[in-house]
Design a binder for this molecule. Structure first.
Ligand SMILES: *[C@@H]1O[C@H](CO)[C@@H](O)[C@H](O)[C@H]1NC(C)=O
Ligand SMILES: *[C@@H]1O[C@H](CO)[C@@H](O)[C@H](O)[C@H]1NC(C)=O
Ligand SMILES: *[C@@H]1O[C@H](CO)[C@@H](O)[C@H](O)[C@H]1NC(C)=O
Ligand SMILES: *[C@@H]1O[C@H](CO)[C@@H](O)[C@H](O)[C@H]1NC(C)=O
Ligand SMILES: *[C@@H]1O[C@H](CO)[C@@H](O)[C@H](O)[C@H]1NC(C)=O
Ligand SMILES: *[C@@H]1O[C@H](CO)[C@@H](O)[C@H](O)[C@H]1NC(C)=O
Ligand SMILES: *[C@@H]1O[C@H](CO)[C@@H](O)[C@H](O)[C@H]1NC(C)=O
Ligand SMILES: *[C@@H]1O[C@H](CO)[C@@H](O)[C@H](O)[C@H]1NC(C)=O
Ligand SMILES: *[C@@H]1O[C@H](CO)[C@@H](O)[C@H](O)[C@H]1NC(C)=O
Length: 291
């Protein structure tokens, strides 16, 4: 017994040493690929895809001899000077979004809203640390990428662009997603029956002003955190599922300007939802305001 104990005691540090060596080797390998320099390279590539913008930003502030962390709109981590956030909202940039943005492995927040970006959303935006993507109010086209690797994404705002195709199924698999705004695009197709199986934290879903069709899935009640649901100005059909009444946190529901059957006027839909939700207090169902 005594001997065995001793042997174990001697062996453990050796294992730890080997483990530590292996860990540090792999960290070194990762660090030597994505580091401060690759961040700089990626941001310079991003800049090269901007065809016009205010010279006081693009040529003066974003000077090539200043640290990228001092560039307007860029936030870096204190320790390692890695880019953690980009906020170029309202910078009046025109151009396309460089796929090099996918090399910013420490990025948690990307706000490019209110610019004039055209072209596709790069699929490289699938970054495991990203929590917020706001590309709203641009002129982006093509399909929405599936964002398969965005395991921490909480907020996705792609409103007021010209995005087409279906809503990618992968969006309904982003387990951390809380708010999805896809309002005012050219989206087609329907909502999958199992849309709420993997997104239990979803509280705001804005799909208005698209060309979405088909029925609202009965299982929508499984998105139990929903507070705002906006479906207006689409081609949704069928009847609104009675299961909507089980959404106890729902406060606003916009359904106007669709092809819903059985509900012809404001009064009848309100009556219906009141029946579903006995203790209805604050829910407002707007069939005329098309938000
Ligand atoms: C760029 O703008 C930022 C934020 O306004 C400022 O801190 C920085 O000094 C500016 N850099 C240059 C080179 O003008
Ligand atoms: C930085 O670059 C600008 C031109 O891009 C130049 O005018 C300026 O002198 C440079 N500053 C330094 C400190 O090198
Ligand atoms: C980006 O900056 C604008 C102000 O310029 C601010 O209103 C907005 O909240 C910021 N976005 C994020 C994601 O912090
Ligand atoms: C990402 O960085 C690597 C290494 O610097 C580079 O080879 C690659 O081209 C970059 N990707 C993009 C899309 O720029
Ligand atoms: C975007 O560019 C188009 C022309 O290419 C222009 O008509 C439009 O006003 C611009 N939008 C913004 C928000 O600057
Ligand atoms: C985009 O959506 C987020 C979350 O819903 C919201 O906080 C943000 O203000 C929106 N962006 C713009 C430019 O309206
Ligand atoms: C959704 O996530 C599960 C694992 O959580 C995975 O098996 C499945 O392939 C994913 N589906 C899509 C469409 O991303
Ligand atoms: C956003 O989209 C809505 C609906 O199409 C439209 O009424 C509004 O004018 C758009 N806003 C901007 C700034 O383009
Ligand atoms: C629709 O119903 C709501 C709630 O009952 C009511 O406040 C609103 O005035 C109604 N609108 C019309 C146009 O009847």
């Amino acid at each position: 017994m005594q001997y065995q104990k001793h042997q174990l005691f001697m062996e453990k540090p050796a294992y730890f040493f080997i483990l530590l060596t292996m860990l540090s080797l792999s960290t070194t390998t990762i660090c030597s690929f994505f580091n401060k320099a690759t961040d700089q390279e990626a941001l310079i590539a991003f800049k090269s895809f901007i065809i016009s913008g205010p010279p006081e930003i693009l040529t003066k502030n974003w000077s090539s001899n200043a640290s990228i962390c001092s560039w307007m709109g860029v936030s870096c981590s204190l320790n390692h000077q890695r880019i953690t956030a980009l906020n170029f909202s309202g910078f009046r940039f025109k151009g396309t979004i460089s796929p090099a943005i996918g090399n910013l492995t420490f990025l948690t927040s990307l706000d490019l809203s209110y610019n004039n970006f055209t072209g596709f959303i790069p699929k490289e935006l699938s970054l495991s640390r990203l929590e917020l993507i706001d590309l709203s109010f641009n002129s982006l086209t093509g399909e929405i990428p599936s964002f398969g690797n965005n395991l921490k994404l909480r907020i996705l705002n792609l409103s007021n662009n010209s995005l087409g195709g279906n809503i990618p199924y992968g969006i309904f698999n982003l387990s951390s997603i809380e708010e999805v705004r896809l309002r005012a695009n050219n989206l087609q197709g329907g909502l999958p029956k199992d849309m709420c199986n993997g997104i239990s934290r979803l509280s705001r879903l804005y799909l208005s002003w698209n060309s979405l069709s088909g029925q609202i899935p009965f299982d929508i009640y499984k998105c139990s955190e929903l507070v705002d649901l906006s479906l207006s100005v689409n081609h949704f059909s069928g009847s609104l599922p009675s299961s909507i009444g089980r959404l106890n946190k729902l406060q606003t529901l916009y359904v106007g300007a669709n092809n819903f059957q059985e509900i012809h006027d404001n009064a009848s839909i309100c009556r219906e939802v009141r029946t579903w939700r006995a203790k209805l207090v604050e829910l407002s169902i707007d069939v005329l305001s098309l938000r």
